[in-house]
Design a protein around this ligand. Structure first.
Ligand SMILES: *Cc1c(COP(=O)(O)O)cnc(C)c1O
Length: 425
């Protein structure tokens, strides 16, 4: 048997080897430190310890709400009124009035019957699948779905033995149908089929064909779950999300000409949503599940993160509530973001760069080589433009990119400065 010291040295040795490998292969992530609120312009700390200003083109602050005075004030007031922590899980004594208020606001914003909040979308997703699924159910997932969906799928059959899983090729409806048919023919698959997709995919910036996926879900009696973390506040005329973009919002109109949406009952166009409060809905942090009351009630009764993990801090709940109220009151922010995105894409293309097309605020500039993406990102920062390069293994080999993210907080001058920095590389 190993002695305790041998065990600890085995962790130490292998961790040192991993970190050395990451450094030597250029994959080691250096955390950039900010010394200002998140905004179009941020104050950063250089390697020499000195501060400098940079244009931020890599945050998820799509609507510029992270530092909105009302959002900040709502948090300060909540801190005074309710103190710092909830000191309890929700079902014991951790549910405060601001939680109820925020959940009603999210449901109104999403056009759903009900919603429930968590400390993050990651946690919301880890609550949803193991709680909703039972043995004999099958979860069918897009291969490019967010890591929290991948991990929640891995976790679910560990908690509930007999839950089945399948993955379909990215946005490939024929492959999705194949998986649904396989599930239908599988004797072990006796329960509910669940199809899960991101609304907006974070690395490609492309969107899910929700009308097409819904039609397949109807054909095979499957439920549809959409994680729209990058879509909320961005997609659709009023920023409700990818479902609004496709005309699948109750009472709403769409950003696209979508005849298919006429055949879809908007109230059940998407069965359940997961989302984050830490991106466009810039209140701070937190996540939610939104959908029919039945499922939300089950999460409250049975979700393990609900039962065993602390509630969203009240300060954050109040800031998030303010952010969503502002978004609903000022849909022109969403239009401003769309205008900025259209302008940025056109200027980036004019500069002769290859930018992936989509209606989202994520503009990946493909530079192919991982080392090149990292070097470009470093040179941009020296020019005062903060953009992150993503390479292998986050994206496939040969598809390395600079991921530019546009915000309603950017001005035309900011975008021009980004493009001239890109041109000068
Ligand atoms: C960012 C993101 C998350 C994680 O959200 P957190 O609230 O930070 O946990 C989950 N899903 C998708 C699709 C995301 O883009």
């Amino acid at each position: 048997m190993n002695t305790p010291s041998a065990l600890s040295s085995s962790f130490d040795a292998r961790t040192d080897a991993t970190l050395r490998m990451l450094r030597e292969s250029g994959q080691y992530k250096h955390l950039q430190v900010l010394d200002s609120p998140m905004d179009a312009v941020v104050r950063m700390r250089g390697a020499d310890g000195r501060h400098f200003e940079a244009l931020c083109f890599c945050s998820n602050n799509y609507l510029g709400l992270a530092n909105h005075p009302e959002v900040v004030e709502a948090g300060i007031e909540a801190l005074r009124a309710y103190g710092a922590g909830t000191a309890s899980v929700r079902f014991i004594c951790g549910t405060f009035e601001p939680h109820e208020r925020l959940e009603a606001t999210i449901a109104r914003y999403m056009g759903t019957e009900s919603s429930y909040t968590f400390v993050s979308c990651w946690t919301a997703t880890e609550a949803l699948f193991p709680t909703f699924c039972e043995p004999g159910d099958v979860i069918i997932s897009d291969e490019l779905n967010h890591a929290c969906i991948i991990d929640a799928m891995r976790l679910t059959p560990v908690i509930k033995k007999g839950v089945l899983k399948a993955v379909y090729r990215h946005s490939d409806l024929d492959d999705l149908e194949r998986r649904l048919r396989e599930a239908q023919d599988n004797e072990e698959c006796t329960g509910q089929a669940w199809v899960v997709t991101d609304g907006v995919f974070s690395m490609e910036g492309d969107i899910a064909d929700l009308p097409g996926i819904r039609a397949l879900c109807d054909k095979y009696d499957a439920k549809l779950i959409v994680d729209d973390s990058h879509g909320h506040g961005v997609m659709g005329r009023t920023g409700r999300g990818t479902h609004e973009h496709w005309g699948m919002l109750p009472g709403g109109d769409s950003s696209v000409d979508n005849a298919q949406a006429d055949d879809i009952d908007p109230l059940r166009a998407v069965d359940y949503f997961t989302g984050t409060l830490g991106k466009a809905l810039g209140g701070g942090a937190g996540g939610f599940v939104a959908g029919p009351k039945r499922g939300i009630e089950l999460l409250v009764q049975r979700g393990r993160p609900t039962l065993f993990s602390n509630a969203l801090p009240v300060t954050v709940a109040c800031s998030a509530n303010a952010a969503i109220e502002i978004l609903m009151r000022e849909p022109q922010r969403v239009q401003r973001l769309k205008d900025n995105v259209a302008y940025a894409r056109a200027r980036i293309r004019e500069a002769g760069l290859e930018v992936l097309e989509s209606p989202t605020a994520i503009c990946p500039i493909i530079v192919h080589d991982t080392a090149r993406a990292i070097a470009m990102s470093k040179r941009l920062l020296e020019k005062g433009v903060f953009v992150i390069g993503f390479g292998y293994p986050v994206v496939p080999e040969g598809h390395a990119r600079l991921r530019v993210q546009i915000s309603a907080a950017h001005t035309t001058e900011h975008i021009d400065a980004l493009v001239s920095a890109l041109r000068s590389l």
